[in-house]
Design a protein around this ligand. Structure first.
Ligand code: FES
Length: 140
């Protein structure tokens, strides 16, 4: 098995990956699914690492549609949220990938889109309220 575990699609070029594995290549492999496509990772990989070993993004923004790939890698920036096919949100940089995990990169591919739309509206409301709060805690 190659050290950087390419996708199961033979046509997927290696250069499409954002990350390249350079160490710890002997951990046990596992398979999981990104947008219905079976891919491989190693036990102990975060979901972020596992996904970016396959491609250059973890999701498309719910708001702009822009590709997102995480930023801080330590659970602080909120840039790496992904969803399971069932709609559960996962912070990719602080969630370990598991055997058979099924994640999607586009909100439209979530099974319970109505629940997710409600969730997105809640996030937008919280973000709007946070933006209206000044640094000393007063609201504008
Ligand atoms: S990459 Fe920043 S919270 Fe996950």
């Amino acid at each position: 098995m190659p050290s950087n575990l390419p996708s199961s699609e033979p046509a997927a070029p290696m250069r499409d990956a954002q990350f390249v594995r350079v160490a710890e290549t002997q951990r046990e492999p596992l398979s999981f699914f990104i947008d219905g496509r079976e891919v491989f990772a190693l036990q102990g990989d975060t979901l972020l690492t596992a996904v970016l070993m396959q491609q250059r993004r973890v999701r498309e923004s719910e708001f702009s549609g822009a590709p997102r790939a995480g930023f801080c890698l330590i659970g602080a920036c909120q840039d790496c949220w992904m969803r399971t096919e069932a709609g559960m949100r996962l912070r990719a940089c602080s969630t370990l990938v598991t055997e058979g995990m099924r994640v999607v990169t586009r909100l439209a591919d979530v099974a319970s889109a109505a629940d997710v739309a409600s969730d997105v509206a809640s996030v937008a409301t919280v973000a709007s309220a946070a933006a209206a709060t000044t640094t000393n805690g007063d609201t504008q």
